[in-house]
Ligand binder design. Structure first.
Ligand code: ZN
Ligand code: ZN
Length: 432
């Protein structure tokens, strides 16, 4: 559900003219189609809520409402307008961003708006003005190859710039996961040397249906978080029957048909339900018949189907520390992002399972920890994890130093907790 907060008032930094807007509180995307540049045409951040950049109705300068001075209510203040590509390019040119992350958001918004405003005709082909082309080149440099969500956008930017080989090479480094329809759509466009936009249909189900490669046992896994096809999600699972460990996406069954597989049961439930409904319906008015029989029947049937699905496709198990360390030993990954993910999972498990004291760790768990730290990025998650590794290894000064570099060092509760543990010289508590 999309919810906006109460109206707030912002003064233009140049001429103090006041405009109003409603901040975005929460946002859910029900769109099934998403453009290959990651933009969803059905309204969302950037189209509702406070505009990232706006043009002042008084002096026509651009400014960032989030940075502008908040003032008390002004009667009849006009709404802050949601701008186009031009306003974002101007904000970038005037250096209105404070750091790299904010600069990235502005450049990304400018690019997406240049590709066609919501509801407008879709733009095709390369950027149309020199500023837009320069923006695209800078955006390419800003996107981080160590981050899966950035990597796919970087590949798409390369394609828009006409660097089709770079695009294909970047896509090859993308981790296996639910981003597959997105990846293959871009790959296909790059192969045909097209610079136009494509659309990707998202898959709303967050379940992956799996069949074990060793014994054929069926299972199901839930991708972390909803969000359908566009999420770059990674998952390793363990077979319930034979304990075979594999990447969930490699075991994926395309057409699970969990309902069809158990149709005699569903049919039986329906028949039994109808008999009950008729029996109840014969003793009352038609309305009572509806209320008493049909609705509960539908609800019962829905639960019955879920129960059948869970019987046919039970949840897959997650691997334990030893199994994850086996994955590390046989280097069961494709590209650096997957390697970092497997090593991180193995490290987290090593900290949880019976081996909480790093002094008692096996040699390979120790080796995994030593190899993991240099792989971490300087983004917020990477810094936090790196500091936690230092703390677990009793290098407390290093941990505190690393946490000071965290972009949200002042308010992120996880950073505060990690810092407190490091200051207390606690190496044994589980990682934050
Ligand atoms: Zn102004
Ligand atoms: Zn199996």
């Amino acid at each position: 559900m999309t919810r906006v907060g109460p109206e707030e008032f912002f003064a233009c930094p140049s001429c103090k003219a006041v405009g109003s807007g409603h901040p975005l509180l929460s946002y859910t995307n029900f769109s099934v189609e998403v453009r290959t540049d990651g933009f969803s045409p059905q309204g969302g951040p950037g189209q509702v809520g406070l505009p990232g950049v706006t043009r002042c109705h008084g002096c026509a300068e651009v400014f960032l409402p989030a940075r502008a001075e908040r003032v008390s209510r002004v009667r009849g203040a006009p709404k802050l307008v949601h701008p186009g590509e031009q306003e974002f390019l101007e904000a970038i040119e005037h250096g209105l961003f404070e750091d790299r992350a904010e600069c990235l958001v502005l450049r990304l918004s400018a690019w997406r708006l240049g590709n066609g405003a919501p509801g407008a005709e879709r733009a095709e082909g390369p950027p149309r003005c020199p500023e837009a082309k320069q923006n695209l080149e800078r955006l390419f440099d800003l996107l981080d190859v160590g981050d899966a969500d950035h990597l796919i956008l970087k590949a798409e930017v390369a394609r828009h710039l006409g660097r089709f080989e770079t695009c294909a090479a970047l896509l090859d480094d993308l981790p296996r996961g639910l981003s597959e329809p997105w990846r293959s759509t871009i790959a296909e466009l790059a192969r045909s040397e097209s610079r136009g936009l494509g659309t990707v249909r998202t898959d709303w189900s967050s379940d992956l249906y799996l069949a074990c490669k060793e014994c054929g046992a069926r299972s199901r896994t839930r991708a972390p978080g909803r969000g359908g096809a566009l999420r770059c999600s990674l998952w390793i699972v363990e077979c319930r029957e034979c304990s075979h460990v594999a990447w969930a996406v490699d075991l994926k069954v395309d057409d699970p048909s969990p309902e069809r597989a158990s149709w005699p049961w569903v049919l039986l439930a329906w028949l039994a339900g109808w008999v009950a409904a008729l029996w109840l319906g014969l003793r009352g008015s038609p309305l009572k018949f509806l209320g008493l029989s049909v609705i509960p029947l539908l609800i019962a049937n829905a639960f019955f189907r879920l129960w059948l699905r869970d019987r046919a496709w039970p949840l897959a198990r997650l691997p334990n520390m030893e199994q994850l360390l086996d994955c590390v030993d046989r280097e069961d990954w494709r590209g650096p992002i997957e390697e970092r993910w497997v090593r991180t999972q193995a490290w987290r498990r090593s900290c949880e399972e019976g081996a909480r004291d790093p002094g008692t760790w096996t040699e390979r768990a120790q080796r995994n920890q030593d190899r993991l730290q240099p792989l971490l990025s300087d983004g917020q998650e990477g810094v936090l994890l790196s500091a936690e590794i230092a703390r677990r290894a009793s290098r407390f000064d290093e941990a505190i130093e690393l946490l000071a570099e965290h972009p949200h060092a002042e308010w992120d509760p996880r950073v505060k907790r990690a810092r407190n543990l490091a200051r207390e010289g606690d190496a044994l508590s589980a990682p934050v």
